[in-house]
Ligand binder design. Sequence first.
Ligand SMILES: [Zn+2]
Length: 370
Amino acid sequence: MQFSQVVGLKDVKKHLIQMVSEKRIPHAQLFLSQAGAGGLPIALAFAQYLVCEQKSDTDSCGKCSSCIKSQKLIHPDIHMTYPVIKKDSRPPISADYIKEWRTQIMSNPYTTEYEWLQSISKDIKMGNITREEASQIINTLYLKSFEGGYKIQIVWMAENLGEVGNTLLKIFEEPPEKTIIILIAENLEAILPTVVSRTQIVKINALSDEDITENLISQFQASHELAQEYAYIANGNYRKAQQLIENELESFGEDLKEWMIFCMRGPSSDLLKWTENKHDKSREYLKKFFEYTINIFRESLASKYTDNVLAPHVSKSEIPVVQALKKYISHDNLYHLIPLIEDTAYHIERNANAKIALLNLSIQMRQILK
Ligand SMILES: [Zn+2]
């Protein structure tokens, strides 16, 4: 991640960059972040900045091989520790979940601890950073760096260290050469005072409404008015703001219901009006709507085989849509429907006339569904 991809935190970025340029980087730091303010994203951007081969005085280059490895979370000198859940008789370590971690964090570095744990376990248990993980940290940091530069250890949600923190005191105090340790936490009281006293605290305050607004507009193509409203509700928590926008997706349910009704009735003024109305939406909106439609079709098919048990990935408001579609969707027609929708999405994204493409799609969908 580059600093430019981190929402807000202008002063923190400046402070971190200055430390690097003045070559006075504390070897153990505690990024104390408000929830959703970006503790992990800023730590990832800082780590990438440290290893970047062509950094400027404002950001990492984003292009050198170190940057590329950092962005993919595969840089051999950037080590990550995060809470994990026991999956067999052995105490778990972060490496057991490295694949899941990369997928989750690359898709959203603002992921909450709850969302992370939910992504690795169906029934949420308490996450944990084990004594075995602490030994792993010590062993790794005493090895030579792979690429000859800094070795960086990030500990996300360091609250999970608990008493295990005691076993790391020595390494916090006197880490091996060119080693930087970054703990990220939201709750200072949950960390041993002996750990806190050995780190330099970097405060990451709640984000400003302006920063959140700006990012909702650029990331989600939200209207200025909506972005401002959500930023206000989110109260400095960017993840919360993202969730508000994502819930917008629920309104797709209504759209889809309407579409299906008009589709099944065949060409009519209602269908025409519907396509005209969609034609005015952004391409990004349509792209998301198509993704949403495919997902709901799949869930409808899945729900056919699960009796009355709900299909796993739909919200309450979508249940009626899934149920209504159930009688039309089959293995066979889905096989034709999905490529058809994907094709339309592809062409609209590349500037095809959305109105004609949607009308075309609607007519073909009706033939397949009937
Ligand atoms: Zn670089």
